[in-house]
Design a protein around this ligand. Structure first.
Ligand code: HEM
Length: 213
């Protein structure tokens, strides 16, 4: 057999990318949040926060279940390989993601007005509204087959989904755990700005690092 027709064996290149590092970091951060923020809710039933959570259970349970569903869909929806191999499933899971946010964001909006004072009430309304808006824009651009822009709005939407982790990931530090409502509102406003700024830097990375010939 001539060498010209022999298929070349593909070199075994490592497929470990920045995306994998990101998902591993998010998984570890999520576990740390479960341990530092959610476990104490279960183990301290007489704590005032746990009692508040129990009172709000009819909104919190759908909110948390829909939020968890959206969080777990992310790694599949952003995987290029998964999309290429299972496009119909990607579309179906995309619809489930949108429905999850349609449940999680309005319930977050109502929960965010209960028992808080002004700056937190404001952030408790702003974040769910932007979360829902980014998701609806991602859905519309997908329907219009504007895939580049669809991906950009999905990244912004998913950044809000990860807000649950980002806002609580420092809770293992006692001073952060005991942060004032104003401090927490400022933290949430910085996170919200970053959900637009950081993805934009990533989208423009080529233009930022390459000079036009
Ligand atoms: C921008 C996105 C989100 C906003 C604005 C938001 C907002 C809220 C609010 C206002 C509460 C009630 C806090 C209280 O009563 O003191 C809450 C609780 C909760 N949320 Fe979310 N949420 C978001 C995303 C998520 C996601 C994605 C999940 C699931 C992965 C989730 C799971 C929970 C859980 C388990 C609770 C109750 C326990 C706790 O406060 O830690 N949330 N959320």
């Amino acid at each position: 057999m001539s060498t010209a027709t022999t298929p070349l064996a593909r070199p075994q290149t490592s497929r470990f990318t920045a995306k994998h590092i990101f998902w591993i970091a998010m998984g570890l951060a999520g576990l740390s949040v479960l341990w530092s923020s959610e476990w104490p809710i279960i183990t301290h039933p007489s704590d005032p926060y746990t009692r508040k959570i129990i009172l709000d259970r009819f909104l919190l349970i759908p909110h948390a279940l829909a939020g968890i569903a959206a969080t777990f869909l992310g790694p599949f929806q952003f995987s290029a390989r998964f999309r290429q191999r299972h496009l119909a499933l990607h579309r179906m899971m995309g619809k489930v993601y949108v429905i999850s946010i349609l449940v999680a964001a309005p319930s977050a909006l109502i929960l965010g007005q209960r028992g808080f004072s002004f700056p937190m009430k404001f952030m408790g309304a702003l974040q769910p509204v932007l979360w829902l808006a980014c998701t609806v824009l991602a859905f519309i651009t997908a329907r219009n087959r504007q895939i580049t822009v669809h991906r950009q709005w999905m990244i912004r939407s998913y950044a809000f989904t990860l807000n649950f982790i980002f806002a609580r990931v420092l809770n293992f530090i006692p001073a952060y755990f005991a942060i004032s409502e104003v401090g927490l509102a400022m933290t949430l406003s910085l996170l919200t700005a970053s959900y637009f700024f950081v993805p934009d830097v990533v989208f423009n990375w080529r233009e930022l690092t390459h000079r036009r010939a």
